[in-house]
Ligand binder design. Structure first.
Ligand SMILES: Cc1cc2nc3c(=O)[nH]c(=O)nc-3n(C[C@H](O)[C@H](O)[C@H](O)COP(=O)(O)OP(=O)(O)OC[C@H]3O[C@@H](n4cnc5c(N)ncnc54)[C@H](O)[C@@H]3O)c2cc1C
Length: 511
């Protein structure tokens, strides 16, 4: 089976990338070991930028239907429930064109993303198939698959033109033993085989700690907080979250002496949370012990092999940002890969992927590790000193970091900054007018004064040009003393310009 791009892993990151490449018309094969979406509890939060990316997939309404906006923020409290630190929430529309935070159940999101693939006959999904080996050379990549046999039958389900409609035909047809691709992106999670094939090393940012994670479905109304609580109790650090509907999440740190297998059993889970909920109030949905890691790979590309998502980095979930970071990898990588496959950009464009993304994701992981040190203090003396420090003044308010991209395909002080998504005068969100191409936004005077060669460059790149797109949009560059901005397809700035001459110079980077 041949294709432009093979994606190993159809978790949220692989499925997002497949939707992006599918929409661009590339021939894509996605290989996924599990026949069904992974059912255990994992991510429950994503941010406004991530929702904006789901919007770019044409799936905003579908994702809204399975999530809820988070308006109440997060509180860090001590063992006496006194507030130490706050991430403020807001019901207002944020800079990304929607709520700043959203809560959801990861398996439901993955179902939406997989269903999105059905729109693209050029995307074939081989589910229930495991990649056993990866071989790459200058011409392409060969991925060797297992036989797909589970209990004696082939379980592959294919999306795409050759997708059989009845199970027997599926079983007969779904037996390719290898996939050949021009490019392979490993979205194959923390134990990534593609990362090993690249030969990357993992840089350790210092936090590795087992936690029990479980979801419960409330069966009657209880007086529980409708925001996230990080209980910094040295006797048993714990996170409590309101997810969606009646679903509640508890994450409980394992203490020395805890048996990871035993603690996940219902009879041991309930006593840990009896202060808030009992088996008479709720049904235990799923529980599992995870070790939270903080690592970043060095080496996200070698030749035709690339990695994204947990394959490239892992963060403890105290900021709810692991999946978000993986989705940001996709949006950075997709537009570059599309142009390289089409032959409109050299493959060196892909060398900007890791340098741009690495410092960005590292800023989030480092903050999560610092928050982890606050939450995970189990020495009573250390916790008492921490409480005294925080309680000496007002509760500290912290925000998400807003790092720019590292060095890469952008220029100037504002290059590599995420442009917001305000509303246009007609009420649409900005990206709805921009599509998936480059975009030039600016004051009419600067845009009208550019030379013919720059206009031709915009035309050749398929750039959308918006002159005077309304005060809500223009405020961004005007408050920074600029007259125009050029946006990349991922909505990060290629650069900003004070006049037509600078706009021509920034536009040259589209090539
Ligand atoms: C308890 C917990 C809470 C979390 N909370 C949050 C949160 O609130 N917000 C947030 O943003 N993130 C959160 N995360 C992180 C988030 O769940 C992960 O970052 C996300 O799942 C990573 O997605 P991925 O697609 O990169 O990898 P995965 O979800 O691991 O998917 C990888 C896929 O690759 C497949 N695969 C692997 N190897 C092969 C092979 N050889 N052949 C075929 N298929 C293969 C696997 O079957 C799997 O489906 C949390 C994680 C945990 C554990």
């Amino acid at each position: 089976m041949d294709c432009d791009v093979a994606i190993l892993g159809c978790g949220p990151v692989g499925a997002t990338l497949a939707n992006q490449l599918g929409a661009a018309g590339l021939d894509v094969v996605v290989i996924e070991r599990d026949a069904q979406v992974f059912p255990l509890p994992r991510a429950i939060h994503f941010d406004g930028e991530t929702m904006r990316i789901f919007q770019s997939l044409g799936l905003r309404a579908e994702v809204e239907a399975i999530s809820r906006p988070g308006t109440k923020g997060m509180q860090f409290v001590n063992a006496e429930d006194r507030v130490l630190m706050v991430r403020a929430g807001t019901a207002a529309e944020g800079p990304q064109g929607g709520a700043n935070n959203h809560y959801f159940h990861q398996p439901e999101l993955e179902v939406v993303l997989r269903a999105g693939l059905a729109r693209y006959p050029n995307v074939r999904l081989l589910a229930g198939r495991e990649a056993m080996a990866v071989e790459a050379d200058a011409a392409g990549v060969r991925i060797v698959l297992d036989d797909g046999l589970r209990d004696g039958i082939v379980t592959s389900v294919t999306n795409g033109p050759d997708a059989p409609t009845d199970p027997q035909a599926a079983s007969d047809a779904a037996a390719p033993t290898e996939v050949r691709a021009r490019w392979l992106v490993g979205c194959d999670g923390g134990r990534s085989m593609v990362r090993r094939a690249i030969g990357s090393t993992n840089e350790d940012l210092g936090l590795h700690q087992p936690w029990l994670v479980f979801d419960a479905i409330l069966e009657r109304e209880l007086d529980l907080p409708d925001y996230t609580v990080q209980r910094c109790d040295p006797a048993r650090p714990m996170t409590m979250c309101c997810v969606t509907g009646q679903r509640r999440r508890w994450e409980i740190m394992l203490m020395p002496g805890d048996d990871p297998e035993a603690i996940a059993r219902p009879e041991n889970v309930w006593p840990l949370i009896s202060r808030w909920v009992t088996p008479a109030d709720a049904r235990l949905e799923r529980s599992a012990v995870y070790t939270f890691h903080s690592v970043i790979a060095r080496g996200w590309r070698r030749g035709r092999l690339l990695i994204a998502g947990d394959a490239a980095h892992q963060t403890p979930p105290f900021l709810g940002q692991g999946l978000c970071a993986g989705i940001r990898d996709c949006v950075n990588l997709a537009w570059k890969l599309v142009r390289v496959v089409r032959g409109t950009a050299p493959d060196t464009l892909l060398d900007t992927y890791e340098p741009e993304r690495r410092p960005h994701v590292q800023a989030f992981i480092e903050l999560a590790v610092r928050l982890g040190a606050v939450i995970q203090a189990t020495d009573p003396a250390v916790a008492a000193e921490r409480d005294a420090r925080f309680l000496a003044g007002e509760a500290q308010v912290f925000e998400y970091p807003q790092p720019g991209l590292g060095p890469g395909q952008h220029a100037g002080a504002l290059g590599g900054t995420l442009f917001p998504q305000p509303r246009l005068p007609d009420g649409r969100r900005l990206d709805e007018a921009l599509g998936d191409a480059f975009a030039v936004l600016g004051d009419a005077a600067a845009i009208d004064a550019v030379d013919a060669a720059t206009r031709e460059r915009w035309r050749a790149a398929g750039a959308v040009v918006l002159r005077d797109p309304g005060d809500a949009v223009a405020a961004w560059w005007r408050t920074r003393g600029m007259a125009a901005v050029v946006l990349r397809p991922d909505r990060y700035l290629l650069g900003a310009a004070r006049d037509a001459g600078e706009l021509a110079a920034v536009s040259a980077l589209m090539a």
